[in-house]
Design a protein around this ligand. Sequence first.
Ligand SMILES: [Zn+2]
Length: 280
Amino acid sequence: MRCLNCHTEYEGHYCPECGQSAKTSRFTVKSALSNTLDVWGMGSRSLPRTIWHLLIRPGQMIGDYLDGKRMPYFPPVKMLFVLCVFYALITSFGHILTGEPAGGNHMEETTQIAEALSERGKDKPLFDFGIGKVSVEGAAQGLSQTLDWFYGHKPVTLLCLHLLVTLSTWCVFRRAPKRPHTTLAENFFIQVLISSQLMVLSLLYILVFGEQDGAFFYPLPGWLLLGLFIWDFKYLFGYSWPKTVGLTLLTHLSVLLLFILLCTLFFALLSLALVPSAVG
Ligand SMILES: [Zn+2]
């Protein structure tokens, strides 16, 4: 055989240099069809099969993937993006049916949050970092615009959230009996796969119960989210059930602390951006 891609001479079904199949030929209706279906993966690598494993044995499947069983499963990051596209399609279809606008403006609720944070009233600054002051309205507007942007970019929002969880699981589960010393990169893949699992369940949830208002990350109830994390971590890291519950709560607590830290940073940057004259 002579490879049509890199012109290597070889024997067998695949080119040893670039991996192109020996069956590569001119496009036909059949190959065009299979190329189109390839978005969902083929055979054992298919998306439905990977999702099925994520639903019935998530912890074990994620463990398999980390241990090197990569070929049987659909690539995780690709899967998360396909699921997010699916989610956006279904929710926007729901909005067309009900006639409600998608996304929505968060101005009202964020003004309430900002006002609640500031007991000193509307005219006084909400935050004063010495370099500039943030008014209640300014903070609410900045927060509202930021929230609207994240609301419209769900994959980015989910990745940002799970990057925070990546950091905290990496710290909290360092001494796990089943998988000690997982790397940051491995924890990133754990979170991408957990996010895919939660996206699939969210899709099923909104198909049954309809879309919940203000579902920023996942529309699933909090107790279910926590339960799923506990289930995943139990089979992934191999701690006892009570210890897994404790460490999962610790993980979420540290995510909350990280989030508060980032929000403080956000307001500090906002105060710089909003009142440039105060610097001079
Ligand atoms: Zn080749």
